[in-house]
Design a protein around this ligand. Structure first.
Ligand SMILES: [Zn+2]
Length: 207
C-alpha cells in the first residue's frame, strides 16, 4: 500500500465504524502500521469523521513523534503503539466505545464467548484491562498483559480495543465482540446461567 492508500484506508474504516454506530461524534480512533518503516498512520485528535481527509491523517514513529501531518495525533496514540508492540503480527488497531461491549467494560466484567461467532476473535473471554485515564501513558500500559493473550480487550470504565492483521480485520473483531456482548447481555437479562462451553471452540479454531 502507498502512503496515500494507507491514509484513505484509515478514513474508510473510521467512517465504517461510525456508520455501524460502534463509535459516536469524535470518540474512537483508528490506525494502521507500516512495519517496514515502523510508522503508524492514525486518526487525528478532535476531528469529526465527516471532516477527515488524507492530509488530516497523522503519521507517527514508534516513540509517538509526528513525522507527517499538521494535526495532533489521537490522544490514544500510545495505546495503539503499545498494541502494535504486544501484537507483532498486527497491521491495524481500532478503539471504540461500542455500547454493549462498554457496558461490560464499565462493570469490570469479562465477556464470555457465548456464541460460535466468538471464533472470529479467538473464541476466548474478552478480558478487562485495569482503569487508567483516557489518553494517558498508564492506559497504554494496562493493555499489555490482556493483549499478550488476545487481539481484543476491554478498557475498564471506557471502551474496547482490537488489533487485526489489517485495520478491516481489527474492525471485524470489534463488530463480533459487540455482537457477542449484545447476546450475553440479553442472556443475563433472561436469567441464563450456563453458557457455551469453551472447549467447543478448540475444534472450530483447529479444524
Ligand atoms: Zn476512548
Amino acid at each position: 500500500m502507498t502512503n496515500l492508500e494507507m491514509k484513505k484506508e484509515v478514513i474508510r474504516i473510521a467512517r465504517k465504524a461510525d456508520q455501524m454506530e460502534l463509535c459516536r461524534h469524535k470518540s474512537g480512533n483508528f490506525s494502521m502500521i507500516d512495519r517496514k518503516q515502523n510508522l503508524v498512520y492514525i486518526t487525528p485528535s478532535g476531528i469529526s469523521r465527516d471532516d477527515l481527509t488524507p492530509e488530516k491523517i497523522v503519521v507517527v514513529d514508534l516513540e509517538g513523534n509526528v513525522v507527517d501531518g499538521d494535526l495532533h495525533p489521537s490522544i490514544e496514540t500510545f495505546m495503539h503503539i503499545t498494541a502494535y508492540k504486544v501484537r507483532p503480527e498486527a497491521g491495524g488497531v481500532a478503539h471504540t466505545h461500542s455500547r454493549y461491549s462498554t457496558i461490560f467494560a464499565c462493570m469490570g466484567k469479562e465477556i464470555p464467548p457465548v456464541s460460535a461467532e466468538a471464533v472470529l476473535y479467538g473464541g476466548k473471554p474478552v478480558k478487562v484491562a485495569e482503569f487508567a485515564p483516557p489518553g494517558s501513558r498508564e492506559l497504554a500500559q494496562t493493555i499489555v498483559e490482556p493483549m499478550k493473550e488476545s487481539d481484543v480487550c476491554l478498557l475498564k470504565y471506557h471502551g474496547i480495543i482490537a488489533a487485526g492483521e489489517d485495520l478491516e480485520k481489527a474492525l471485524i473483531k470489534l463488530i463480533y465482540v459487540e455482537e457477542v456482548a449484545f447476546l450475553y447481555y440479553h442472556m443475563l437479562a433472561l436469567g441464563q446461567k450456563e453458557f457455551m462451553p469453551l472447549n467447543l471452540f478448540d475444534a472450530m479454531l483447529n479444524g
